[in-house]
Design a protein around this ligand. Structure first.
Ligand code: KIV
Length: 270
């Protein structure tokens, strides 16, 4: 099946913000390298170089040990492979702990990569840092709800917005991040009823992951949605292909062909 790419439009902050008014749902996908970024470039509205790469690419148990160097390396690769994409670099844990450190690191990201924006996790607690970044010309995407960088301080990955109190806190978080100048907010692992209230409470787009279809857009980790990650399947993930099985079948076929000498054939030799 061929994909007709006749509606590709390079995104910018204004178009992303307007998509909410125009009720155009936004599609974001992660990418960590040039090869896959090129495949997604003219299909997805935004590419996120998520710090999830620390788990799926570096094989670490969580995102906490991702470094800025690592994120810059992968973002350069993504921008090289997909120069037309609106690419967002996920600021890793510890790189935005106060205003000065955050700005210094964000400026480094802008100077060393072609990322269009950065993403930071946090709500009311991080609003003053986000404000400092946006008033210094850094485009910021927020991230509230289940925040993987808070895994140890929260005692695990917990779905948010189950109680009225937590739901109200999340709405305050979203409003604070919007007021701080963010252009969009990721809402992760939030009860869909709460995600709906958050989406209605703010004027910038919400991009959901595990937050129902009520947000202004969706984001998925590429290796989850293409079925390459086999350890477990979170409830909110849809597998659009069985990547792991297809790769194993192909490599198995290659090994068989090598063993029975049907590869390479005469057509494949000089
Ligand atoms: O790191 C990541 O991939 C993310 C998405 C899950 C939103 O932050």
């Amino acid at each position: 099946m061929s994909i007709i790419k006749n509606d590709f439009e390079k995104m910018n902050i204004t178009k992303i913000k307007n998509s909410k008014k125009n009720a155009k749902k936004l599609t974001m996908i992660t990418a960590y390298d040039a090869l896959f970024a090129k495949l997604f470039e003219e299909i997805a509205d935004m590419i996120l170089v998520g710090d999830s790469l620390n788990m799926s690419f570096a094989g670490r148990p969580d995102t906490l040990s991702a470094t800025l160097e690592q994120m810059i390396y992968h973002t350069k690769a993504v921008c090289n492979g997909a120069p037309k994409a609106f690419t967002i670099l996920d600021m890793p844990f510890g790189t935005y702990i106060n205003k000065d450190i955050a700005l210094k690191n964000a400026v480094r990201v802008y100077q060393e990569t072609n990322a269009a924006a950065i993403k930071v996790e946090g709500g009311e607690d991080k609003a003053s840092i986000v404000k400092h970044l946006t008033t210094n010309s850094i485009a910021v995407m927020g991230h509230i709800g289940l925040m993987p960088q808070y895994v140890r301080s929260e005692g695990g990955y917990k779905v948010r917005g189950k109680t009225l109190e937590d739901s109200e806190q999340l709405i305050r978080d979203a409003i604070a991040i919007e007021k701080a100048g963010a252009f969009a907010i990721v809402i992760e692992g939030v009860m869909s009823e709460t995600a709906k209230k958050i989406t209605e409470a703010i004027n910038i787009p919400t991009i959901g992951i595990g937050a129902g279809n009520v947000t202004d857009g969706q984001v998925l980790v590429w290796s989850d949605m293409l079925g390459f990650f086999e350890d477990f399947k979170p409830k909110f993930v849809r597998h659009y292909m069985d990547g792991a099985q297809e790769v194993k079948n192909a490599v198995n076929q290659y090994r068989n062909d090598v063993q029975d000498t049907s590869f390479p054939s005469q057509k494949e030799e000089y």
